[in-house]
Design a protein around this ligand. Structure first.
Ligand SMILES: [Zn+2]
Length: 298
């Protein structure tokens, strides 16, 4: 049953109430961010209305990963990742490694990460980032779970490290891919998956991705909001607060489909199949699809 309060929710202007023609998986949602603390249930209800049936909550440090696991326990269709973001790599130590190892044993945790390299901001030194990243590659080998990888301005070093580990680790996704064609082909040669956000909607720095999105095989491509960050800059209406959320994922899918020259439904189905296989999601356990329920009731 659809809660009438959900359908009366007017937080999103009419022009931003998208409805995906097929179920979607948002593989990168930072729903433990403080900006979601007040209205998380409404955010999830809007995701459901938009057809986003599965959400992978990004765990960027111990505290956020534990919160993500808690949320995944409470809500159907929600899953967690557990890792330490390169920004926080300087905090990596044996105690943190042990805590991460324990988290990776939880059934709610479907990937190791967010981990990786960020030479754009270098909030931890490159040496600290590499140490924490390689330790987490080791944890992925131990747990057998796929990797959720962050890379910004570090494509060359990332390829070198993943090349060295390739035979030991399983599936790995470069989430929020923003780099150039050479880096993309380097990743595809390593048989990695690629996560795309609304970055390609950014006329200042993301339009180069429009020519690249068609070159990613559909069985390697997944979609994500990276909310509350990276609100698409070409949305057809203004959003108060400018906080990105999973209900806007269909807009990103529409954009990618446009630049790939395929149908929105075909892209939605393909990325969902890819994400379900990658994160090993059970087929029938997503957020209830509000539209489908409505049809049943009609
Ligand atoms: Zn990231």
């Amino acid at each position: 049953m659809v809660d009438p309060a959900e359908t009366c929710d007017d937080f999103l202007p009419e022009a931003l109430r998208f409805r995906s023609p097929a179920p979607l998986v948002d593989i990168g949602a930072n729903l433990t961010h403080e900006s979601f603390a007040r209205d998380l249930d409404a955010v999830l209800a809007r995701a459901r209305m938009a057809g986003v049936t599965h959400l992978i909550l990004t765990g960027t440090d111990r505290e956020h990963a534990e919160q993500a696991v808690e949320l995944a326990r409470r809500h159907t269709g929600l899953y967690a990742t557990a890792g330490v973001h390169p920004h926080d790599a300087s905090r990596w130590d044996p105690a943190l490694q042990g805590a991460m190892r324990d988290l990776h044993q939880q059934p709610e945790v479907v990937a190791v990460g967010e981990c990786g390299l960020d030479f754009n901001r270098n909030l931890s030194t490159p040496a600290e980032q590499e140490r924490a990243f390689e330790a987490q590659l080791g944890l992925a080998v131990e747990s057998g779970k796929p990797l959720f990888v962050h890379e910004r301005d570090a494509g060359k070093r990332m390829r070198e490290i993943l090349h060295a580990w390739r035979d030991d680790i399983g599936d790995a996704v470069i989430h929020c891919f923003t780099a150039d064609r050479d880096t993309l082909y380097g990743y595809l040669d390593l048989d990695l998956h690629i996560g795309l956000t609304g970055w390609l909607c950014d006329e200042r720095r993301g339009h180069h991705l429009r020519e690249l999105v068609g070159e990613i095989p559909l069985d390697r491509l997944m979609v994500e909001t990276d909310c509350p960050y990276l609100l698409p800059r070409n949305l057809p209406a203004k959003l108060k607060g400018r906080r990105h959320e999973p209900a806007l994922l269909p807009w990103i899918v529409r954009e990618i489909a446009h630049w790939r020259n395929i149908g929105e439904a075909e892209l939605a189905r393909a990325t969902t199949d890819t994400a379900r296989a990658f994160f090993r999601l059970a087929a029938a356990d997503g957020l209830p699809d509000a539209g489908a329920h409505q049809q049943e009731n009609d």
